[in-house]
Design a protein around this ligand. Structure first.
Ligand code: UDP
Ligand code: MG
Length: 315
């Protein structure tokens, strides 16, 4: 199979028929073998029913329905696990991304050898204040911290070599940083392509202001995990030990002073309390590292979402 098109969606019933027939048309014109995986991420509208109807007409349209809303990252992750195409293309369900971009994205991976090609909404049709400006800021930080030169990390339209989606875990709000995940997983050839962006045709945006906070927290997590995720002790242990030693040396100094100069008052020295605090802090950090180490060694598959139905898969 050439292409798996992955579409995470929440309450997008109006867009789905139009989107799927557009994708079908593109696939026909280019003679691609394909599947379309629609992940219903806890919709409360008629989306799942629409997916069932689309599947009845075209079995290449497959559906996954989550028990509740787990988020876009979870939806992508679940579809990535099921995808069979050699190239996996993700796109939003709201018709803001154009299926006409599929052939050139596909070519970039297949013939130019990219592991991941991210869309770049150079001309963007979203709210300037709440979307466009903050997103420029986030992209700049992510570029700096990750060393990946992309303009639009969070673009919903992306193409991946199959191996990439099979080796990354997308959870939390990490869908914003998939290129970073891919880089950490060892995929180097990450590129971008300017893509056409369109105003949302039906429905409303699903991401409110919380995305600023969540996005920032996840960026910190991702940088930390990338560096120390598999060896937390080397971060916490180092700082814990340093803090503890610093406190210990201080205490030692104070105790020796006490012995050498009778009448030396320990407890009215700020350094005394500082030293104790730093020793306790150090022990805590060390313990955090130790716990982190135990967890990272014993956690099997952290990602098991409850899937209510699957449609169109052999089992
Ligand atoms: N989406 C999802 N789960 C969520 C929120 C969003 O699957 O919890 C889907 C949504 O239906 C759409 C895509 O993610 O297909 C992008 O969302 P949206 O268009 O609302 O984001 P925006 O374009 O405004 O950034
Ligand atoms: Mg959108």
């Amino acid at each position: 199979m050439d292409i798996s098109v992955v579409i995470p969606l929440k309450n997008e019933e109006e867009s789905l028929p139009e989107l799927s027939s557009w994708i079908e048309r593109v696939m026909m014109e280019n003679a691609f073998t394909y599947e379309i995986i629609m992940v219903d991420d806890g919709s409360t509208d008629n989306s799942w029913h629409v997916i069932e109807e689309l599947h009845a007409v075209n079995p290449d349209i497959k559906g996954i329905k989550f028990q509740r809303n787990y988020g876009k990252s979870a939806a992508l992750n679940e579809a990535f696990r099921m995808a069979q195409g050699n190239i996996v293309i993700t796109m939003d369900a709201d018709l803001q991304d154009s299926p006409d971009e599929i052939p050139s994205l596909y070519q970039m991976v297949v013939t130019e050898g990219y592991d991941l090609v991210s869309g770049w909404k150079k001309k963007r049709y979203d709210n300037v204040i709440t979307k466009n400006i903050p997103s420029k800021f986030y992209n700049a930080i992510t570029r700096r911290m990750s060393g990946i030169v992309l303009h639009d990390f969070n673009c919903g339209l992306k193409a991946y070599r199959k191996k990439v989606v099979k080796s990354i875990e997308v959870y939390g709000e990490m869908h914003r940083y998939i290129p970073v995940l891919a880089k950490w997983a060892g995929f180097r050839k990450i590129g971008e392509k300017v893509v056409e962006h369109r105003p949302r045709k039906y429905g409303v945006t699903k991401f409110g202001w919380e995305r600023f906070v969540n996005g920032f927290l996840d960026l910190t997590t991702i940088m930390f995990i990338g560096k120390f995720g598999k060896r937390p002790m080397q971060f916490f242990g180092l700082w814990g030990t340093l803090a503890f030693l610093m406190g210990f040396i201080f205490i030692l100094y104070l105790v020796i002073s006490k012995i050498m100069y009778p009448g030396y008052a320990l407890t009215n020295k700020p350094a005394f309390f500082l030293a104790i605090a730093v020793m306790i802090l150090g022990t805590q950090l060390f313990l955090a590292g130790f716990l982190g180490e135990m967890i990272s060694r014993s956690s099997p598959d952290r990602n098991s979402y409850l899937v209510e139905h699957r449609k169109g898969f052999s089992k």
